[in-house]
Ligand binder design. Structure first.
Ligand code: CA
Length: 234
Protein backbone atom coordinates (compact mmCIF):
# COMPACT_ATOMS: atom_id res chain seq x y z
CA UNK A 1 0.00 0.00 0.00
CA UNK A 2 1.38 3.39 -0.89
CA UNK A 3 1.07 6.38 1.40
CA UNK A 4 -1.16 8.20 -1.10
CA UNK A 5 -3.74 5.45 -1.17
CA UNK A 6 -6.67 6.27 1.10
CA UNK A 7 -7.73 3.77 3.69
CA UNK A 8 -11.31 2.64 3.36
CA UNK A 9 -13.85 2.45 6.14
CA UNK A 10 -17.32 0.94 6.04
CA UNK A 11 -19.64 2.80 8.44
CA UNK A 12 -22.60 0.65 9.45
CA UNK A 13 -25.07 2.80 11.37
CA UNK A 14 -28.84 3.12 11.01
CA UNK A 15 -29.16 6.56 12.58
CA UNK A 16 -28.80 8.91 9.67
CA UNK A 17 -27.50 11.83 11.77
CA UNK A 18 -24.71 9.84 13.36
CA UNK A 19 -23.86 8.14 10.09
CA UNK A 20 -23.43 11.35 8.12
CA UNK A 21 -21.51 13.03 10.97
CA UNK A 22 -19.12 10.05 11.01
CA UNK A 23 -18.73 10.13 7.25
CA UNK A 24 -17.97 13.87 7.20
CA UNK A 25 -15.44 13.52 9.97
CA UNK A 26 -13.68 10.48 8.48
CA UNK A 27 -13.57 11.98 5.00
CA UNK A 28 -12.09 15.13 6.49
CA UNK A 29 -9.38 12.91 7.96
CA UNK A 30 -8.69 11.48 4.54
CA UNK A 31 -10.43 8.14 4.76
CA UNK A 32 -12.55 6.79 1.95
CA UNK A 33 -15.98 6.09 3.45
CA UNK A 34 -18.78 3.76 2.41
CA UNK A 35 -22.09 3.93 4.31
CA UNK A 36 -24.50 1.15 5.17
CA UNK A 37 -27.83 1.95 6.85
CA UNK A 38 -28.76 -1.56 7.97
CA UNK A 39 -27.39 -5.05 8.34
CA UNK A 40 -28.33 -6.21 4.85
CA UNK A 41 -26.68 -3.17 3.27
CA UNK A 42 -23.57 -3.95 5.28
CA UNK A 43 -23.51 -7.59 4.16
CA UNK A 44 -23.79 -6.55 0.54
CA UNK A 45 -21.00 -3.97 0.91
CA UNK A 46 -18.62 -6.47 2.54
CA UNK A 47 -19.42 -9.15 -0.05
CA UNK A 48 -18.62 -6.69 -2.82
CA UNK A 49 -15.20 -5.38 -1.87
CA UNK A 50 -12.42 -5.16 0.69
CA UNK A 51 -12.32 -2.53 3.44
CA UNK A 52 -9.46 -1.56 5.74
CA UNK A 53 -11.81 -1.19 8.70
CA UNK A 54 -15.47 -1.61 9.61
CA UNK A 55 -17.31 0.54 12.15
CA UNK A 56 -20.28 -1.50 13.21
CA UNK A 57 -23.26 -0.28 15.20
CA UNK A 58 -24.53 -2.95 17.55
CA UNK A 59 -28.25 -2.18 17.30
CA UNK A 60 -29.25 -2.38 13.66
CA UNK A 61 -32.47 -3.21 11.85
CA UNK A 62 -32.73 -6.46 9.84
CA UNK A 63 -29.44 -8.06 10.88
CA UNK A 64 -27.84 -6.95 14.17
CA UNK A 65 -24.21 -5.90 14.54
CA UNK A 66 -23.54 -8.95 16.68
CA UNK A 67 -24.94 -11.31 14.08
CA UNK A 68 -22.91 -9.61 11.35
CA UNK A 69 -19.70 -9.74 13.35
CA UNK A 70 -20.24 -13.41 14.15
CA UNK A 71 -21.04 -14.28 10.56
CA UNK A 72 -18.08 -12.35 9.09
CA UNK A 73 -15.56 -13.86 11.46
CA UNK A 74 -17.06 -17.28 10.85
CA UNK A 75 -16.54 -16.70 7.12
CA UNK A 76 -12.89 -15.86 7.80
CA UNK A 77 -13.14 -12.09 7.25
CA UNK A 78 -10.12 -10.47 8.91
CA UNK A 79 -10.99 -6.81 8.45
CA UNK A 80 -10.69 -5.02 11.81
CA UNK A 81 -14.03 -4.15 13.36
CA UNK A 82 -14.83 -1.39 15.88
CA UNK A 83 -18.24 -1.83 17.50
CA UNK A 84 -20.41 1.16 18.33
CA UNK A 85 -22.53 0.56 21.40
CA UNK A 86 -24.99 2.67 23.36
CA UNK A 87 -24.54 3.41 27.07
CA UNK A 88 -25.71 0.57 29.24
CA UNK A 89 -24.83 -2.14 26.72
CA UNK A 90 -21.76 -3.27 28.66
CA UNK A 91 -22.75 -6.92 28.38
CA UNK A 92 -23.08 -6.63 24.63
CA UNK A 93 -19.68 -4.99 24.41
CA UNK A 94 -18.02 -7.97 25.95
CA UNK A 95 -20.05 -10.26 23.71
CA UNK A 96 -18.96 -8.16 20.73
CA UNK A 97 -15.30 -8.59 21.56
CA UNK A 98 -15.84 -12.31 22.02
CA UNK A 99 -17.46 -12.41 18.60
CA UNK A 100 -14.29 -11.01 17.09
CA UNK A 101 -14.56 -7.22 17.21
CA UNK A 102 -11.17 -5.53 17.69
CA UNK A 103 -12.40 -2.68 19.85
CA UNK A 104 -15.61 -0.91 20.86
CA UNK A 105 -16.62 2.63 21.62
CA UNK A 106 -19.65 3.78 23.61
CA UNK A 107 -22.08 6.38 22.28
CA UNK A 108 -22.02 9.30 22.76
CA UNK A 109 -18.31 9.43 21.98
CA UNK A 110 -16.00 12.23 20.95
CA UNK A 111 -14.86 12.10 17.35
CA UNK A 112 -11.27 12.65 18.44
CA UNK A 113 -11.45 9.59 20.64
CA UNK A 114 -12.92 7.60 17.79
CA UNK A 115 -10.10 8.70 15.49
CA UNK A 116 -7.53 7.62 18.08
CA UNK A 117 -9.20 4.18 18.32
CA UNK A 118 -9.32 3.81 14.55
CA UNK A 119 -5.64 4.66 14.22
CA UNK A 120 -4.73 2.30 17.05
CA UNK A 121 -6.66 -0.58 15.48
CA UNK A 122 -5.18 0.08 12.03
CA UNK A 123 -1.67 0.24 13.50
CA UNK A 124 -2.20 -3.07 15.26
CA UNK A 125 -3.49 -4.81 12.18
CA UNK A 126 -1.34 -3.25 9.45
CA UNK A 127 2.43 -3.66 9.73
CA UNK A 128 2.99 -0.87 7.20
CA UNK A 129 1.32 1.55 9.61
CA UNK A 130 3.21 0.15 12.57
CA UNK A 131 6.69 0.47 11.09
CA UNK A 132 6.22 2.93 8.24
CA UNK A 133 7.62 2.72 4.73
CA UNK A 134 11.23 3.17 5.78
CA UNK A 135 12.59 1.73 8.99
CA UNK A 136 15.60 0.26 10.71
CA UNK A 137 15.84 -3.54 10.80
CA UNK A 138 18.85 -4.83 12.76
CA UNK A 139 21.81 -3.07 11.06
CA UNK A 140 19.79 -2.45 7.91
CA UNK A 141 17.81 0.48 6.51
CA UNK A 142 14.70 -0.81 4.79
CA UNK A 143 12.88 1.11 2.07
CA UNK A 144 9.63 -0.78 1.46
CA UNK A 145 8.33 1.27 -1.46
CA UNK A 146 11.72 1.18 -3.21
CA UNK A 147 12.14 -2.56 -2.46
CA UNK A 148 15.64 -1.81 -1.21
CA UNK A 149 17.66 -2.57 1.87
CA UNK A 150 20.85 -0.71 2.68
CA UNK A 151 23.73 -1.79 4.88
CA UNK A 152 26.12 1.16 5.02
CA UNK A 153 27.19 1.48 1.38
CA UNK A 154 25.83 -1.84 0.22
CA UNK A 155 22.42 -1.83 -1.50
CA UNK A 156 20.35 -4.99 -1.54
CA UNK A 157 17.34 -5.46 -3.79
CA UNK A 158 14.41 -7.38 -2.40
CA UNK A 159 11.19 -8.72 -3.89
CA UNK A 160 7.73 -7.54 -2.82
CA UNK A 161 7.26 -10.79 -0.94
CA UNK A 162 10.56 -10.35 0.89
CA UNK A 163 9.60 -6.77 1.73
CA UNK A 164 6.32 -7.99 3.23
CA UNK A 165 8.19 -10.61 5.28
CA UNK A 166 10.65 -8.02 6.62
CA UNK A 167 7.76 -5.68 7.39
CA UNK A 168 5.95 -8.34 9.37
CA UNK A 169 9.04 -9.19 11.43
CA UNK A 170 9.79 -5.52 12.03
CA UNK A 171 6.24 -4.91 13.24
CA UNK A 172 6.48 -7.90 15.60
CA UNK A 173 9.92 -7.82 17.20
CA UNK A 174 10.92 -10.30 19.91
CA UNK A 175 7.96 -12.55 19.20
CA UNK A 176 8.02 -16.03 17.68
CA UNK A 177 6.30 -15.93 14.30
CA UNK A 178 5.06 -19.31 13.13
CA UNK A 179 5.23 -20.36 9.49
CA UNK A 180 1.46 -20.48 9.59
CA UNK A 181 1.26 -16.85 10.68
CA UNK A 182 3.71 -15.72 8.01
CA UNK A 183 1.86 -17.63 5.33
CA UNK A 184 -1.39 -16.06 6.41
CA UNK A 185 -0.03 -12.52 6.74
CA UNK A 186 2.26 -12.39 3.71
CA UNK A 187 0.59 -14.75 1.25
CA UNK A 188 -2.92 -14.47 2.63
CA UNK A 189 -3.29 -18.26 2.50
CA UNK A 190 -4.07 -20.93 5.04
CA UNK A 191 -1.31 -23.34 5.88
CA UNK A 192 -0.49 -26.45 3.84
CA UNK A 193 2.61 -28.55 3.04
CA UNK A 194 3.22 -26.25 0.12
CA UNK A 195 2.93 -23.29 2.49
CA UNK A 196 5.62 -24.64 4.79
CA UNK A 197 8.03 -25.12 1.89
CA UNK A 198 7.17 -21.74 0.39
CA UNK A 199 7.83 -19.90 3.65
CA UNK A 200 11.11 -21.74 4.33
CA UNK A 201 12.36 -21.12 0.79
CA UNK A 202 11.63 -17.40 1.04
CA UNK A 203 13.26 -17.12 4.46
CA UNK A 204 16.37 -18.90 3.12
CA UNK A 205 16.56 -16.56 0.13
CA UNK A 206 16.02 -13.49 2.31
CA UNK A 207 18.71 -14.65 4.73
CA UNK A 208 21.17 -15.11 1.87
CA UNK A 209 20.60 -11.44 1.09
CA UNK A 210 20.60 -9.82 4.52
CA UNK A 211 22.45 -12.07 6.99
CA UNK A 212 26.21 -11.71 7.48
CA UNK A 213 26.39 -15.50 7.54
CA UNK A 214 23.28 -17.24 6.19
CA UNK A 215 24.40 -20.49 7.85
CA UNK A 216 24.27 -18.80 11.25
CA UNK A 217 21.44 -16.27 10.95
CA UNK A 218 21.37 -13.53 13.58
CA UNK A 219 18.65 -11.24 12.22
CA UNK A 220 15.83 -13.69 11.50
CA UNK A 221 16.53 -16.53 13.90
CA UNK A 222 15.06 -20.01 13.79
CA UNK A 223 13.08 -21.07 16.84
CA UNK A 224 13.12 -24.83 16.68
CA UNK A 225 9.68 -26.37 16.28
CA UNK A 226 7.98 -22.98 16.52
CA UNK A 227 9.00 -20.69 13.66
CA UNK A 228 11.17 -17.60 13.37
CA UNK A 229 12.00 -14.61 15.48
CA UNK A 230 13.45 -11.16 14.92
CA UNK A 231 15.21 -9.95 18.04
CA UNK A 232 15.31 -6.21 18.37
CA UNK A 233 17.39 -4.44 20.96
CA UNK A 234 14.85 -1.59 20.85
CA1 CA B 1 -28.46 1.76 15.92
Amino acid sequence: MTMEEKESILVVEDEEKIRSALTDFLEFHNFEVTEAADGLDAERAVAGRRFDLIMLDLMLPKVSGEQLCFKWRNDGLQTPIIMLTAKGQEKEKVAGLNLGADDYITKPFSLEELLARINAVLRRTDPARAVGQTFRFADLDVDIAGLKIKRSEEEIEISKREAAIVQHFAANPNRVISREELYKEVWNETMSDLGTRTVDMHIAKLRSKIEHDAADPQIIKTVRGAGYKYESGG
